[in-house]
Write a protein that binds this ligand. Sequence first.
Ligand SMILES: [Zn+2]
Length: 208
Amino acid sequence: MPDSIKRLADLFAKFPTIGSRTANRFVFYLIKQPKEKVDELLRAIEEVKKNIKLCQFCFNPHESEYLLCNICKNPSRNKQLLCVIEKEADLLSIEDTKRYNGFYFILGGNVSSMKISDVGSLRIQELKERAQNPQKFGLTMVNFSEIIIATNPTQEGKATSILIEKALKEISPSPAFKITRLAQGLPVGGELEYADEETLESAFEGRK
Ligand SMILES: [Zn+2]
């Protein structure tokens, strides 16, 4: 394979869920596209990188001049609830149910049962700081009384929830919030992102 094809394919192969075959298909697709289409793609990538920043409290990507995302800026959110999730897509799924009105924290992944090295890239320390002192990160008037661990019902999600719970219990002086988890009923091995709204809603309502 020509070097330039291989170089681009290697970059695509680093994307989540993209294997080397799909990466190759992306490259061949691009080769067939007219130059304007490729330019449009390059511009869109540059603009995302330039305009999107991460919320200083929850790490949700957003596009505004503020430090906080629209959810964290919204004064009508429930100031006692924090929901810890693995990734951005989980936030969107939970928001779609319209049943949860608290704040979020995006951990940035899960504990992969295979790779110990992944653990360091999770935002565990950031979570502890925000759970303890949300005001310091821009959520004025907020005091959490409950932190809901909403990791996926997978092996990795379970391992992650144990890690989160352990970290939150280390906070001293010991915090006033209780720690809960989503109810069983989500398909085991499934992902929140793909759960239907009704299932997700009842998982929230039955949390303990
Ligand atoms: Zn936010």
